[in-house]
Design a protein around this ligand. Structure first.
Ligand code: PMP
Length: 364
């Protein structure tokens, strides 16, 4: 078995150094002699750790003091429900920009709780964030929701929209901590941890304090941001191990040089793959408009715009033989998808690029 290089979209590769730490600490958490897995969530050890993870989030993202940092169960999709349940009562309506499968899902969920205005014309071909001049924003909306990076379609915002004072809510599940963002431009930032910052089971939510206290009466306490904030994310037994891993990954990011370093690497890694695709004279085809190309998830087809499925199958088989795994595109779009999250190294991307070059030479 060759060394494995994991390009999966999530749950995704974790840094090797983090595994070493988890291994060491698994049965003795912070000198207690017991594992975190059997530690009370009300113990002073866990309370201390809970605070430390909040602090590292605050340092890395330079989160201003008027924002709360919450850890919530239910992953990214839990927040698809939590967002409307915590915010839509402000005016009864919300704006959703649908730029891919995940924002489409978020909009669908929100419709259960209020009126949803689709800001963009409907499409099933997600390859661009349309220019702001084409957006139909409702000035009366409770909030504007975007998916900052569409994991399936590979469409990423390269700017933070100006929503003219309406709170901006962003799903950052798949590009969290991969670039520098000005948190003060957002009302809420949320995402599941299992791509760039850990494993599944926990969502990280960063919410501006003035947006608290608007939850619908039907909102379960467990999804209520205000209740969660009041209880310092320990309302019930939290997904402690997922939060622990998130803390360890965030500390690793900090040791690497923080978000500036992550952004620099993400640009270099993704550019290597896009460059090869663009110079392949149509052998490889990346459908997303250049300006919105994701630096985390790179979907592409082989052989033609719509993909030659036999060739793509052969590509995946050959890749696996070299240890390059989880490259199959999402079933909704087919083809290939390379995810180049923070933990995927430059060397691994080089191995993939070499393989892509060789595969083209053999088949063109
Ligand atoms: N949003 C985005 C952008 C995602 O990529 C995903 C998961 N792939 C989700 C939300 C849903 O996350 P979860 O599976 O944690 O509910």
């Amino acid at each position: 078995m060759p060394k494995v290089h994991n390009f999966g979209a999530g749950p995704a590769k974790l840094p090797e150094e983090v595994y070493d730490i988890i291994r060491q600490e698994l049965t003795d958490f912070d000198g207690t002699g017991i594992s975190l897995l059997e530690t009370s969530h009300r113990s002073s050890t866990y309370l201390k750790f809970n605070k430390e993870v909040q602090n590292v989030v605050r340092r890395l993202m330079k989160v201003p003091d008027n924002y709360k940092i919450l850890f919530m169960a239910g992953g990214g999709q839990g927040q698809f429900a939590a967002v409307p349940m915590n915010l839509i009562s402000r005016t009864g309506t919300a704006d959703y920009l649908v730029t891919g499968a995940w924002s489409a899902k978020a909009a669908k969920e929100a419709k259960k709780y209020g009126k949803v205005n689709l800001v963009l014309p409907e499409t099933n071909r997600y390859i661009v964030v349309p220019h702001e001049s084409e957006w139909k924003l409702d000035p009366n909306a409770s909030y504007v929701h975007i998916c900052f990076n569409e994991t399936i379609h590979g469409v990423e915002f390269d700017f933070v929209p100006d929503t003219k004072g309406v709170p901006l809510v962003a799903d950052m599940s798949s590009n969290f901590f991969s670039r520098v963002v000005d948190v003060s431009k957002f009302g809420v930032i949320y995402g599941g941890a299992q791509k760039n910052i850990g494993t599944s089971g926990v969502a990280l939510v960063i919410v501006r304090e003035d947006l608290l206290n608007h939850a619908l009466p039907i909102c379960p306490s467990i999804l209520d941001w205000t209740v969660t904030a009041k209880n310092d994310s320990i309302l019930n037994t939290p997904p402690m191990f997922a939060i622990y891993i998130m803390g360890k990954v965030l500390e690793w990011i900090e040791r690497q040089g923080g978000l500036e370093e992550m952004a620099k690497n993400a640009l270099i890694k993704s550019s290597k793959i896009y460059k090869l695709i663009d110079e392949s004279e149509g052998f490889y085809h990346a459908p997303v408009h250049r300006i919105c190309r994701s630096k985390m998830n790179i979907p592409f087809r082989i052989g033609s715009h719509n993909g030659d499925e036999a060739l793509e199958k052969e590509f995946l088989k050959g890749a696996e033989a070299l240890g390059l795994i989880q490259l199959k595109g999402h079933r909704d779009v087919g083809g290939i998808r390379a995810s180049t999250y923070n933990a995927v190294t430059m060397e691994e991307v080089d191995i993939l690029v070499d393989y892509m070059k060789n595969f083209q030479m053999k088949h063109q």
